[in-house]
Every structure is written in C-alpha cells, then in structure tokens.
Design a binder for this molecule. Structure first.
Ligand code: ADP
Length: 187
C-alpha cells in the first residue's frame, strides 16, 4: 500500500504516519525528518538546506525529488510506504507521478488532514520539540507557504480521485480510527 499523508504544518502527519507504520508494517518516509537528520549530522545535504528550513521556506523541488527517488529505491520500501511531507508542490507531485509510472506502481490513497489555522499555530507553539522553525513568525511563514505552494497539490490528486478528507480535530486515537476506516475501503 502506497499512501500520502497531506496537510498543513501541525496537522499531525508525523504522529499519524508513525501509527500507520506500526499498524500496517510499512515504513514512513518523512522528507522533513531526513532534512533534520542531515542538518544534525552536518552532511552536504544538511549544509545546503539548513538556512531554508530555518526560514520555513521550501527546499528546491529538484533536491527533494532526487532525494525521494533515491530513498524509494531501498529494499525496505518495496512492500509500500507512507509519505509524510512529500509531495509539497505541484511539480513535486508531477515528478512523483512519473516515479510511480516508471516503477509500474500506483498510489492507493491521498489522506488530507484538515485542521483550522488557529489550532495549527497553537499546536506548533505548544509542542515544544525545540525545532528552530517552530517560532511564531516562522510558523506564520510556513502556513503561508503551505497555502500558496502546497495546497494546490490537493487539486492535483482530486483530479485522480484519490483524496480522502479526514477531520484532524480530536484525540490522536480518534483521528487514527478515521484514517483506518478510510483505508479499509481500499485495502
Ligand atoms: P511541517 O509539516 O511541520 O512543516 P516537515 O517536517 O514536514 O514539517 O517539514 C519541515 C521543513 O522541511 C519544511 O518547512 C521545508 O523547509 C522542508 N521540507 C520538507 N519536505 C519538503 C518538501 N517536500 N519540499 C520542500 N521542502 C520540504
């Protein structure tokens, strides 16, 4: 099963991706986690993207697409995967369509977690993960980048009739149950 978890910063993608990973025994691929690990380890990729993440801007499409294409070649993803944080622009979604086509693979579901903006800001500022991009002005910038560049990705997948809307308000378990019941229909 190949799944995309989509939604604004703070919507709970990472939390739900981890639960799905356990439940279905398929690995999560989080581009944000990969970038943060690269920054921490001061790899060439980390050095390249540090100031971009710090500012809450997007890493250039080609960098992200190359990274995901390389990562998905790993054996561990051969039985399926959960994408968290990718694709985040329409060109990334188009590149991902081509990746799937080249591998004779397909996407099973595009899960959109929706959460109102005031709640997102509250959640991010109170989650205390110590992320350098979790300050109020950077969160505002990430939300505006989401509206302008990422939201159009939804329409791309609506055209493919793959979008499942999930209400992202509630407890972690409630939201997880909603996702599972949507996925039951396609399994
Ligand atoms: P959040 O959803 O809370 O913003 P992520 O961990 O998904 O957190 O992303 C953190 C940062 O990593 C983004 O603000 C961006 O700079 C970078 N990033 C992650 N995924 C992508 C992507 N697909 N394209 C461009 N930049 C990305």
């Amino acid at each position: 099963m190949n799944i995309i978890l989509f939604g604004p910063p703070g919507a709970g993608k990472g939390t739900q991706a981890k639960l799905l990973q356990e439940e279905f025994q398929i690995p999560q691929l989080s581009t944000g986690d990969i970038f943060r690990a690269a920054i921490k380890n001061e790899t060439p990729l980390g050095v390249k993207v540090k100031s971009i993440l710090d500012a809450g801007e997007l890493v250039p499409d080609q960098t992200v697409v190359d990274l995901v294409a390389d990562e998905l070649k790993k054996e561990k993803y051969s039985g399926g995967y959960i994408l968290d944080g990718f694709p985040r622009t329409v060109p990334q979604a188009e590149a991902f369509d081509r990746m799937l086509e080249n591998n004779n693979a397909s996407l099973d579901a595009f899960i959109e977690l929706s959460v109102p903006e005031e709640e997102l800001v509250k959640r991010i500022l109170s989650r205390g993960e110590g992320r350098s991009d979790d300050t109020e002005d950077k969160v505002k910038n990430r939300l505006s980048v989401y509206q302008n560049e990422t939201k159009p990705v939804l329409n791309h997948y609506q055209k493919q009739d793959l979008v499942k809307h999930i209400d992202g308000i509630g407890t972690v378990e409630e939201i997880f149950d909603r996702i599972k019941s949507e996925l039951k229909e396609i399994a």
